[in-house]
Structures are given as structure tokens and as C-alpha cells.
Ligand binder design. Structure first.
Ligand code: GDD
Ligand code: MG
Length: 342
């Protein structure tokens, strides 16, 4: 079976870290986010098609250097085609029923169970569903008790949401779904294709599951995922290799070759490789990019520091995004991916 991993898009809400890397390579507990997804694939998936565009060379390099025991195809879109367009662009590699997975999700979904559910229901399309309180940033399903989905709205206003069950970002599709998608056009699977399949086939199902589900759409959820996984693993912190740590840390993830000076206090903070944090710095809910230097006696809260930034001694910052280098050419000002016409 083939699995298409949607790993394109710019990850605009995760800038400045996505200025320098593909979103799917952002580290979670020091491992690229996409590696968790590949590890969760059922055994029957023997071919993985990576639907990529922005920073595709980084993704290609990562898979060249790391073997996951599956055939990996890097399917490079000449330009971002949206979630639907990316699936259509992978059509030449599809031989039967196939999976499509958003790459920015960490969850406890067992894809094997979803495959069984799909076959039992003779579905043409099954999507994973997860309940949330605030649905407005997601796709929302109008789902009946037997799992049949009778409506789907992407990013509705709260008053227009048909339920609390959101699209959790994993799809199992029969190949005929590909006939619904036009070629070479920016198409949103969620906005344009799902509603059409629902009205045409009445065999569109939702699979609910237990455990946890977290999307890594923005910096706050990126920090949340880390805190969650560190606690789930019953750890105080997650530390990389060759670190020199003299300060106090709680719920922090620290990359490789990091120096943290004495009397510094870090809480719920992610520090990437080769960063240096001087004495008596206090960081709460921050993400510190690769090779950053944080000056002594700094007090930093809810802030992010892109790769290679230097923060002066005694700096006080709250809710800042620090990025002093040029924004990469072609990087959009706002989200495009599956959001079209806004
Ligand atoms: N290849 C390719 N090309 N991939 C893309 C493109 C593109 O043009 N645009 C987005 N992607 C990838 C992203 O990298 C991500 O893995 C996935 O498609 C979904 O895009 P996002 O931009 O992250 O969408 P979202 O988070 O606003 O909403 C999606 O995820 C929610 C769950 O987290 C939708 O699928 C919602 O319905 C869903 O609830
Ligand atoms: Mg997303």
C-alpha cells in the first residue's frame, strides 16, 4: 500500500524556524516531526510518497541519510498545489487503496484499526476524527453515530460548525477519489474535494480514536507537544548529546552541543543544537534556534529566536519573534496551503 505524506507548504505560522527548514523537519524531542509519522505507518505500507515543494532538498537529504525500511519517493511539486493538488500530483505512484497524512500531527491513531474500519464500512474515503473545543482552525465533520460523514466544513465560524469532531489529518482513500481532483491546479482537499465526495458517494466515513492528538500548527502548540511528550515519558527534561548544563531546567527539550550557564532558569523551553545560554538567564515558553547566543541576565518569555540570532546581555523580552536576517525569497506573508480564496 502507498502512503502520501503531505509535507509541502511553508509552515508560515511556525516562522522563523520555517524560514530555514521544512516544517516537517522541525525537531520534536530532537527528532524530525516526519519521523514519528513514518514510524506509525502500518507494515503493509511499502511505499511512501513525500509530497514536497518548499525546502525539498532538506527532506530529500534527511531520507537519504536515514533508512526507514520502506521505499521513499520524493515527489517534488513545481509549485505548491495545495493539499488536493499534491495528492493528484502523486497519482502516478498509486496502485490501489492509499493513505494520505498531514505531516504536522503527533497522535495515538493506529492506522491499522482505521484500515479495518474502512474495509468493514465499504467506504470510499475514511478520515480520522478527533474532538476539540475550539474547532475554528480545523476542518469539521458532520458525522452520524455510525461514523458516516454527511457534511464537511473547513475552518468554519464557530456558529457554522456542524460538530466538535475535526479532521485529524489522516485519510484512507480508494483510488477513484483521484478522479475528483483536477490536474495542475492549487486545490484544497478539504474545501473542494471532501464536500464533493460526500454528496456524490455517501460512503465517506469518520474514524474516532482514543489517546491523544496534537497538531503542530503554531509555536504555542509546538511547545505544548514537547511538554506533553516529556511528561508522558515521565521525564523532567529531554537532553541531547554533548550538553553542558549548569542551570535549572523544567519541561525543557535541549538539542545537541548546548551550553547553559550557571544560575540560569529555563521552563518549558526548546533549545536547538549548538545554542549557548549564558549565566543567570531566565527563559519561559521560548524556542531558541540553532547557534543562537542568549546573553547573561536576560529575561525572556513567550518568545522565539530564529537560527543564528544573538540576544544581548540583560535583554527583557515578552512575546517577541526575533529574526534579523532577510526573509527567504518567495516565502509568503500568510498561510496558503489548504486555505484558498481568503
Ligand atoms: N505537498 C504539499 N503541497 N503539501 C501541503 C501544501 C501544498 O501546497 N499545503 C499544505 N501542505 C501540507 C502541510 O505541510 C500539512 O502537512 C498538511 O498539508 C495540511 O496543511 P496545513 O497548512 O497544516 O493545514 P491546516 O493545519 O490549516 O489544516 C489541516 O489540518 C487540520 C488538522 O491539523 C486541514 O486538513 C484541516 O481540515 C485539519 O483539521
Ligand atoms: Mg496544519
Amino acid at each position: 500500500m502507498e502512503a502520501i505524506i503531505l509535507a509541502g507548504g511553508f509552515g508560515t505560522r511556525l516562522r522563523p524556524f520555517t524560514y530555514t527548514r521544512a516544517k516537517s523537519l522541525l525537531p520534536i524531542l530532537n527528532k524530525p516531526m516526519i519521523s514519528y509519522l513514518i514510524d506509525s505507518l502500518p507494515e503493509e505500507v511499502d511505499k511512501v510518497i513525500l509530497a514536497v515543494n518548499y525546502r525539498k532538498n532538506q527532506i530529500e537529504r534527511y531520507f537519504r541519510e536515514n533508512d526507514f525500511g520502506k521505499e521513499i519517493i520524493v515527489n517534488d511539486e513545481p509549485k505548491p498545489l495545495g493539499t488536493g493538488g499534491a495528492v493528484k500530483f502523486a497519482e502516478k505512484h498509486i496502485t490501489g487503496r492509499f493513505l494520505v497524512l498531514n505531516s504536522d500531527i503527533i497522535c495515538s491513531l493506529h492506522l491499522d484499526d482505521m484500515v479495518k474500519f474502512h474495509i468493514e464500512n465499504n467506504a470510499v474515503s475514511t478520515i480520522s476524527l478527533w474532538p476539540v473545543e475550539n474547532v475554528s482552525e480545523f476542518g469539521v465533520a458532520d458525522v452520524e453515530d455510525n461514523g458516516n460523514i454527511v457534511g464537511f466544513v473547513e475552518k468554519p465560524k464557530p456558529e457554522d460548525a456542524p460538530s466538535d469532531f475535526i479532521n485529524a489529518g489522516a485519510y484512507l482513500l480508494e483510488p477513484e477519489i483521484l478522479d475528483y481532483i483536477e490536474t495542475d491546479r492549487l486545490i484544497s482537499m478539504e474545501k473542494e474535494i471532501f464536500p464533493q465526495i460526500i454528496s456524490d458517494t455517501e460512503r465517506f466515513f469518520g474514524f474516532k480514536f482514543d489517546g491523544y492528538w496534537m497538531d503542530i500548527g503554531r509555536i504555542s502548540s509546538y511547545l505544548d507537544v514537547h511538554r506533553f511528550l516529556i511528561r508522558k515519558n515521565k521525564m523532567e527534561n529531554y537532553l541531547g548529546r554533548n550538553c553542558e548544563i549548569h542551570g535549572d531546567l523544567k519541561d525543557c527539550c535541549i538539542g545537541d552541543n548546548v551550553y547553559i550557564g550557571s544560575n540560569s532558569k529555563l521552563n518549558s523551553t526548546i533549545v536547538y543544537d549548538n545554542a549557548r545560554i549564558e549565566d543567570s538567564a531566565v527563559l519561559n515558553n521560548c524556542v531558541v534556534g540553532e547557534n543562537c547566543k542568549i546573553g547573561s541576565h536576560s529575561n525572556l518569555k513567550d518568545s522565539v529566536f530564529g537560527d543564528n540570532e544573538t540576544i544581548a546581555d540583560d535583554s527583557i523580552m515578552n512575546k517577541e519573534v526575533v529574526w534579523t536576517q532577510p526573509v527567504p525569497e518567495g516565502y509568503p506573508k500568510k498561510q496558503i496551503g489548504n486555505v484558498i480564496g481568503e
